[in-house]
Design a protein around this ligand. Structure first.
Ligand code: HMG
Length: 458
C-alpha cells in the first residue's frame, strides 16, 4: 500500500466576516458575492493569532486525536506564504509551542522545513513526505512506540510525517481581492496504510513558468494582484498539469479507461481561492477532454479555427458542448462536495486544496455514500506560477478518521465581526484580542529583537 494522508485536523480562526455585511459596507451586490464568487463567510485572524499559532494548534489537535507522542513523528514540514522570519523556519516556532505541552526537547529528533511556492507549496510538502515514507527512510535506525488507539500502529511502520499548511489571505481594503480573504491551517498525518487517501505513485505532473499574476514583494503585507490575469494563469496551468497527469495515470495504470478518463475520477479537489474557481477550471478541463466532440459540433466553423485554443475560446459553442456532456452534473457530483469549506472560510492559500479534500470527505460521508476505493484528483495551483496535479484512493478506514467530521467541528463557536471590528483588525489597530481563546496557542508578545512569545491557553 502506498503512503498517504491518514488523518486531517483543521484550525480555523473563530472570527469571521459575513458576506452580507461585507457587501453592504463595500456597496457590492450580495448576489455577486454569493453567486458570482460563491463566498459566505471569511475567517479573519484575531490580533493574537498568526501562521505559527494556527499551525501549532492544528498540529496539536491532530496529535491528540490520534494519540500520538512526539517520538512517533520524524518530520514536520510547513507550507506557508506567511513565514515570520527570513531565516528561522515556521516549524521551529511550532515545535517551541508544542513543547510547552509535550515537554522541553521532546521534538529534538524531528526534522522540518518551511516550504514556499505560493499556494502550491502544500502539495509539494505532502508529496515529499509521502516519498520519504515510500522510500523507507522513515524507518532508519528506529524503535518506534506505537499509538495504542484509535487503530494500531505497528512499529514496522516507522515514523510518521506531519505536513501543515498555514496561511492568512489578506488583501487591501476596497480591492477586488478583499472578498476572497480567509485564514486557517490544515495539519495532515502522513503514514503507510493511510485511512483517508493513499497517493498514486508516479502520476504527479508539475508545470511552472515565470509570471506576475499575484505576488508579494518583501516588506508588503498584502499582495499585488493582477486579478483577471490570475484567473487565466490558474486555468491554463491547471489544464496543462492535468494533461500531464492524464498521460502519467494511463501509463502507470492508475487509471485504465482512456476513453472516459474523467469518468474514472470520482472527485476533483481543486485549490479554491473562492468557490466559483473550481467550476471555471473544471469547464476548461472538460473542454479539452471533449475536444473531438468540439471539432465535430463546430462543423462548418471548424476549418476557420486554426488551433485548439481558438476552439476553446468560442464560449457559446463551448457552453453548448459542455451542456451536452452534462458538465453541470459532473460539477454537482465531483466538485460541489468540495466547496463547503472554502465558502465558509475563504482562501487559505497552501491549505486550500486539502480543505477541499476534507469537505469532500465530510459532505459525502454525511450523505452516507460509500467512499472506500474512490479516486480523488488533487489540482493545486500557485501564483507565480505553477500547478501540480496528482491523485489518490480513499482507504477502507476513512470513516474512523473522519469521526464526527473534519470541517464542521473546526467551525464551531464562531464569532461574527462587525465591519468596524474587522477594519480595526485589518489595520492592526486592535489593542486587545477580540475573542477569548480556549484550547489553542496564542501570540503573547513580540519583542524589539524580532522574537515572538507564545503560550497555550487551556
Ligand atoms: P471581480 O472584479 O470581482 O470580478 O474580481 P467580476 O466583476 O468579473 O465578478 C466575478 C463574477 O461575479 C463574474 O462571474 C460576474 O459575472 C459575477 P464569471 O464571469 O467569473 O462567471 N457577478 C455576479 N453574479 C451574480 N449576481 C451578480 C453579479 N455581479 C457579478 N449581481 C477576482 C474577481 C477573483 C479576480 C478578484 O476577487 C481577485 O482579484 N481575487 C484575488 C486573486 C484570486 O483569487 N485569483 C484566483 C486565481 S490565482 C490563485 O488561485 C492563487 C492565489 O490563491 C494565491 C497563491 O497562489 O499564492 C490567489
Amino acid at each position: 500500500m502506498e503512503a498517504g494522508i491518514d488523518d486531517i485536523a483543521l484550525f480555523i480562526p473563530r472570527l469571521y466576516v459575513d458576506y452580507r455585511d461585507f457587501a453592504d459596507a463595500r456597496s457590492v451586490s450580495r448576489e455577486k458575492l454569493e453567486k458570482g464568487i460563491g463566498v459566505k463567510q471569511m475567517a479573519i485572524p484575531d490580533s493574537d493569532e498568526d501562521t505559527a499559532t494556527m499551525a501549532a494548534t492544528a498540529c496539536l489537535r491532530l496529535m491528540r486525536k490520534n494519540n500520538l507522542s512526539p517520538k512517533n513523528i520524524g518530520r514536520i514540514d510547513i507550507a506557508t506564504e506567511g513565514g515570520l522570519d527570513e531565516s528561522k523556519p515556521l516549524t521551529t516556532y511550532v515545535i517551541g509551542m508544542l513543547e510547552q505541552v509535550y515537554g522541553k526537547g521532546s521534538f529534538q529528533h524531528c526534522m522540518g522545513v518551511e516550504y514556499k511556492s505560493a499556494c502550491v507549496a502544500g502539495s509539494r510538502a505532502l508529496l515529499d513526505s509521502v516519498n520519504w515514507i515510500n522510500s523507507g527512510e522513515n524507518k532508519a535506525g528506529l524503535v518506534v512506540r506505537h499509538r495504542e488507539s484509535p487503530g494500531t500502529w505497528a512499529p514496522s511502520e516507522g515514523r510518521a510525517a506531519i505536513v501543515i499548511a498555514s496561511d492568512i489571505a489578506k488583501y487591501d481594503i476596497g480591492s477586488p481581492g478583499e472578498y476572497t480573504q480567509g485564514a486557517g491551517a490544515v495539519a495532515m498525518l502522513v503514514t503507510e496504510n493511510p485511512r483517508l487517501v493513499s497517493l498514486d505513485r508516479g502520476v504527479a505532473s508539475w508545470v511552472m513558468q515565470d509570471d506576475y499574476d499575484f505576488y508579494r514583494p518583501h516588506g508588503h503585507e498584502t499582495p499585488i494582484v493582477n486579478g483577471k490575469h490570475s484567473l487565466d494563469c490558474y486555468v491554463e496551468q491547471v489544464a496543462r498539469a492535468f494533461r500531464g497527469f492524464k498521460g502519467n495515470a494511463l501509463q502507470t495504470g492508475a487509471v485504465k479507461n482512456s476513453h472516459d478518463f474523467t469518468g474514472a475520477i470520482d472527485y476533483f479537489a481543486f485549490h479554491l481561492p473562492f468557490p466559483k474557481m473550481g467550476k471555471k477550471a473544471l469547464e476548461r478541463i472538460l473542454a479539452e477532454e471533449y475536444v473531438d466532440e468540439i471539432t465535430h459540433i463546430l462543423g462548418p466553423f471548424g476549418p476557420l479555427l486554426t488551433n485548439e485554443r481558438d476552439m476553446l475560446g468560442d464560449k457559446s459553442k463551448l457552453m453548448e458542448i459542455l451542456r451536452i456532456k452534462k458538465s453541470e452534473n459532473v460539477f454537482r457530483q465531483k466538485v460541489e462536495p468540495s466547496v463547503i469549506g472554502c465558502a465558509h472560510v475563504g482562501n487559505i492559500y497552501t491549505g486550500s486544496v486539502f480543505l477541499s479534500l476534507a469537505s469532500i470527505l465530510d459532505t459525502e460521508h454525511n450523505a452516507r455514500k460509500s467512499l472506500a476505493g474512490r479516486r480523488v484528483v488533487f489540482l493545486s495551483y500557485g501564483s507565480g506560477s505553477s500547478a501540480v496535479v496528482y491523485s489518490g484512493v480513499i482507504g477502507e478506514g476513512y470513516a474512523d478518521a473522519i469521526g464526527r467530521g473534519i470541517v464542521a467541528p473546526a467551525l464551531e463557536g464562531r464569532q461574527r465581526l462587525s465591519m468596524e471590528q474587522y477594519g480595526a483588525l485589518h489595520r492592526k489597530e486592535t489593542k486587545e484580542p477580540v475573542a477569548e481563546k480556549r484550547d489553542q496557542f496564542v501570540l503573547k508578545s513580540k519583542d524589539g529583537e524580532g522574537r515572538r512569545h507564545y503560550a497555550y491557553n487551556k
